[in-house]
Design a protein around this ligand. Sequence first.
Ligand code: 5GP
Length: 193
Amino acid sequence: MRALEQRILKDGRVLPGEVLKVDNFLNHQIDPDLMFAMGSEFAQLFREAGITKILTVESSGIAPAVMTGLQLHVPVVFARKHKSVTLIDDLYTAEVYSYTKKTSNHISIAKKFLQADDRVLIIDDFLANGQAVQGLFDICDDAKVTVAGVGIVIEKVFQTGHKVVTDRGVQLESLAKITSFEGDQVHFLTTDD
Ligand code: 5GP
């Protein structure tokens, strides 16, 4: 998505550890117009997939997920992050190692928000090594729902997350695909859109 790539080039900052900081339009301050355009793009890409629910993880997945839900007219559920979970009877939980924080969190979703006939679209801000998406896959498996697709705002294609999704045979759509941070610059997979 060209508008997103241009915004990354304008405002993104490459940090040590192959981390892209995009806090002035995605991870802290949010640009609602760009977010709405990304929601339109995801909605168009997954319009025929029979999506009944969108899942994401708090907090940075929520904005793109809501903008997609708005345009597919389906509810959005975000997994909550906890350091540890003790009262788990009514929750589906999974453990997720955070790429940026280098700590493990439990994520959880209330059982009442997932039904076995749901067809779920997972949306997240970044795909790095696929831990967050894998945690949501685990929850979907526990809930016996179908994962119909994964939509990612920014994929770092040189990391292993791509394989986590494609090994499962799920449709993966990423709006910006970064191939490297060579020379502290962002390099994209060339697209013609
Ligand atoms: P994964 O679980 O795929 O290894 O990493 C995905 C999660 O880590 C995302 O939800 C995001 O919060 C965070 N993350 C991974 N890489 C980056 C990055 O380069 N920049 C930022 N801002 N967050 C990242």
